[in-house]
Design a protein around this ligand. Sequence first.
Ligand code: 7PJ
Length: 277
Amino acid sequence: MNHDFQCGRFQLALARPHVMGIVNVTPDSFSDGGCHDRADQAIAHARQLLAEGVDILDLGGESTRPGADPVSAADELARLLPVIEGVRDLGVPVSVDTCKPEVMCAVLDAGADMINDIYGFRLPGAIEAVAASDCGLCVMHMQGEPRTMQQAPVYGDLLEDVSDFLRRQTAQLLAAGIQAQRLTLDPGFGFGKTLEQNYVLLRRLDQLQELGLPLLIGLSRKSMIGQVVDRPPQARVAGSVAGALAAVARGATIVRVHDVAQTVDALKVWQAVETAA
Ligand code: 7PJ
């Protein structure tokens, strides 16, 4: 599948795997810096990822970890807007990880190129918020909601359930006039899935290629990696890179990661192998 992905001001040729770098814009409980410090840190981090070869920046102003408290749209925007301002002219698309329609509208007005929604554009008003723009979308599968999703996820048929959801949401988005070239799909590793279910989903990821849209995956430093390597988040780099490669081998074309430099190198070697004549 050689898909051009329409992503706001950019059109990405997904013939080679692309790296989406995570830029955290949530308050850091370990530093007592104010709002400006936090925005400056996020902008500096984005610049660092750019130097490391990132293809897309993904800004997140709301923690979606299991058990995290919700954040108001106003607070989320207060965190995001100064950072968007500071990164929108770095030459790569700016994605925002949000599920709130109000936040979607405001960040698109501020110059964001892509909306990455862990609710898959299910909240009322989400589809309308993105329909009239030309932003890219990531439609992610999640069972339940972040606060409780890891309590006891149950599926009839895991792959079927995930792909049915993605197919239904895709149909809704297309019906709202959103072009297929704007869409990417994500099975949502760790979002209402047990360890075993996450690995079945990863092993069978190629089945989701039948949906005919680019696959974006995120497993960087997640507990599905941590439980296998038995290490804390910062020490899960090699494990995360292995997971990203396994996903790319099964058709993923965008990988959402913390460790951009290491992932870019791994994918360069991957690509050298895949394109050897
Ligand atoms: C994902 C995400 C993911 C997409 C988060 C974390 C949790 N967006 N946002 N896919 N995960 N599209 O990074 O550990 O897997 S937040």
